[in-house]
Ligand binder design. Structure first.
Ligand code: NDP
Ligand code: HSE
Length: 433
């Protein structure tokens, strides 16, 4: 039986699950690939804490022992952080070791350099676990759809925010209660601001878009909005109007140029993403020969993510055993141009919080008319004349620049409260309503 030694960095939610998977399913690697996987080194931040590992695994502080081990061809980085593991990954690739990572923050910030470094050194940088947890979406884009041109990717790619929005919708939990649950279940990032601000989803959709379109999407070019402005009132109104609110990540080719966005949006109930609940993720890919195809599964949590790390490990083992260096899918990628965000088109939902006095409807409808925005419907809810009321306006497809102008004019007017906001509406996949 062949034996391959790997170095594991990180023993938290994902690292711990991955180690347990290797132990529990060692027989699967042996049966399917004819190889035994040994983990001689486990690197953590604090090696003094007891860890439940087999006697053959030495727990060490920091990763130098892994880098210095010349009989160890694979490093698995599950520590996290955009900057801290950069020296580890650079050094491992430079020393001819393959690297598997689940770290989208690192890849988003440095992936272009690291993929090129891997290619230069004839090794692989694998990252299935970095996007959508257990869904094999990287494999779909880099292998299964290799013969297609991808036109668009529309997805729910963050498990924490989908969990929060689902719990707010179905159980009427507060945002804080739902976030605390997501953290307890191990879905959230060490700093959950990354999840709720849309940053984590932006890192992931940037990576998916880069693979799909063959050009590196600069994270700074991703329009990124989080879910902290979404209120229970929005969820209730939108549900009654036939929509679910979801954090939607999109990468589309517009006139041949990528438009990449992350924002909370109204998703019509007949859209495949509307039924993606809790920490599940879903990705709808539209490509020229296959057409639309949908991928769904658990997008966060230790075990699903460990499953993707194991898939990358299996791929590397096959290459190592057959002594083949696989040609990297993404080596030196050119930088992508960015489609102007102001030219993006969509239907929109406005929620104005307003004083209860004559002239508010006239103000809103007047500014929409002046800015060329066609109103579909207006609904007002007020409980009591002394309290602000909620004015919900759905409008026909318009350009983002028109909507920003109208919104800023309306919210600058007397009688409109700062809590006012707007969301975009995702079209049904068939292009209908
Ligand atoms: P955790 O915070 O649960 O675990 C991090 C682990 O890394 C800990 O064991 C920690 O050591 C170790 N570590 C941190 N810094 C260092 C260092 N400098 N040297 C050695 N070890 C270090 O994180 P997660 O498991 O949740 O996440 C890990 C990675 O996986 C992140 O990149 C994350 O974005 C990604 N990911 C997470 C998913 C999830 O659902 N949680 C899903 C998909 C990807 P110690 O135990 O001593 O503190
Ligand atoms: N925090 C991330 C999420 C983990 O909630 O999706 C999976 O990448």
């Amino acid at each position: 039986m062949d034996r391959v030694r790997i170095g594991l960095v990180g023993f938290g939610t994902v690292g711990g699950s991955f180690y347990r998977l290797l132990t529990a399913n060692a027989g699967e690697f042996e049966r399917r690939l004819g190889v035994a996987v040994d983990v001689p080194w486990l690197a953590v931040r604090d090696a003094s804490r007891p860890r439940n590992v087999a006697p053959g695994t030495r727990v060490v502080q920091g990763w130098q022992a892994i880098l210095d081990d010349n009989d160890l061809p694979i490093v698995v980085e599950l520590a996290g952080g955009a900057e801290a593991p950069l020296p580890l990954v650079r050094e491992a690739l430079s020393r001819g070791k393959h690297v598997i990572t689940a770290n989208k923050a690192l890849l988003s910030a440095h992936g272009r350099e690291l993929l090129a470094l891997a290619a230069e050194n004839g090794v692989e940088l694998k990252f299935e676990a970095a996007v959508c947890g257990g869904i094999p979406i990287i494999k779909v884009l880099s292998e299964s759809l290799l013969g297609n041109r991808v036109r668009s990717i529309v997805g729910i790619v963050n498990g924490t925010t989908n969990y929060i929005l689902t719990r707010m919708t179905e159980e009427r939990l507060s945002f804080a209660e739902a976030l605390a649950e997501a953290q307890k279940k191990g879905f959230a990032e060490a700093d959950p601001t990354l999840d709720v601000s849309g940053g984590d989803a932006a890192q992931k959709i940037g990576l998916l878009g880069s693979l799909a379109f063959g050009c590196w999407i600069d994270p700074a070019c991703v329009l990124t909005e989080g879910i902290t402005t979404v209120e229970q009132k929005d969820i209730e109104f939108c549900q009654a109007s036939g929509f679910q609110i979801k954090l939607v990540a999109q990468a589309r080719l517009m006139d041949g140029v990528p438009l990449v966005t992350v924002f909370p949006a109204l998703v019509p109930l007949d859209h495949p993403l509307a039924g993606v609940r809790n920490e599940f993720n879903g990705v709808l890919v539209d490509s020229d020969y296959l057409g639309p195809s949908m991928y769904e599964g658990r997008g966060a949590g230790g075990n699903p993510t460990a499953s993707s790390v194991a898939s990358d490990l299996g791929d590397l083992l096959k290459g190592i055993l057959s002594k083949q260096v696989r040609r990297p899918f993404a080596g030196a990628l050119p930088l992508a141009a960015a489609f102007p965000q102001g030219r993006m088109r969509s239907r929109y939902y406005f929620h104005f919080v307003t004083a209860n006095r004559p002239g508010i409807w006239a103000l809103v409808t007047g500014v929409c008319a002046e800015t060329g925005i066609n109103i579909e419907s207006v609904h007002q809810k007020w409980e009591d004349k002394s309290k602000p009321s909620d004015l919900y306006v759905l409008v026909d497809e318009a350009e983002e620049s028109q909507v920003r102008l109208a919104f800023s004019r309306i919210t600058a007017a007397e009688g409109i409260r700062p809590a006012s906001h707007y969301l975009r509406i995702v079209p049904s996949p068939a292009g209908g309503r």
